[in-house]
Design a protein around this ligand. Sequence first.
Ligand code: MG
Length: 252
Amino acid sequence: MSVSVKTPHEIELMRQSGHFLEQVHDQLASYIKPGISTKELDRIGEDLIRSLGCTPNFLNYNGFPGSFCISINDEVVHGIPSEDKVIQDGDLVKIDAGLIYKGYHSDAARTYAVGDVSPEAIQLMEVTKQSFFEGIKFAKAGNHLHDISKAIGAYAAKYRYGIVRDLVGHGIGTHLHEDPPIPNFPQKRPGIRLVPGMTLAIEPMINMGRADVAWLDDDWTVVTMDGSLSAHYENTVLITDGEPEILTLTKF
Ligand code: MG
């Protein structure tokens, strides 16, 4: 698949899609408390998406059985919502969500510290988020794609964290996952040149320990091999003539 460059009309739809997803994240955040199951969060979140006239894009994607990926502590991404998984005080909870508005996808993830969380976990969460912002400093027309990868990886490496290599960001548009893949660590190859109208889901996944991950027997849930905590932060970003526009984060 070649990298799609959106028309002004498509960009407006992507912008609206992203804005709706931002609202979903903001509203769902208030429900993330000890005692709630990840299945209940998924139900509330799906209702929010549908109430905005949008469709959850994760639901049934390659058979995924939820509208949200909800991953706790050493789970990196793709946690399946379950009645049996109940949020506890001290958990690091990753909420990855996406939706479709008039055929256009958005994708964004947040990590939340629930209750009394260690300073080390808070730092992991903040560094992961900041690595995204370090990366998008290079998300400008004329730069190479892997300038973003290098900046994310260099920032996280300063903290000696494990930067997940088995999962990467991606282009996004009329499909959830489009070209190009966007690694979160330095590449020898410079990658494509960025052009205004490209929309990219940039999503560092960073472990407190080693970078290695494994897949559980449910074929979805990705966990750290060493059991260390993991954090995730993602937004859908538009390449423009100037500064990048974060479509899933307009208030910050
Ligand atoms: Mg994504």
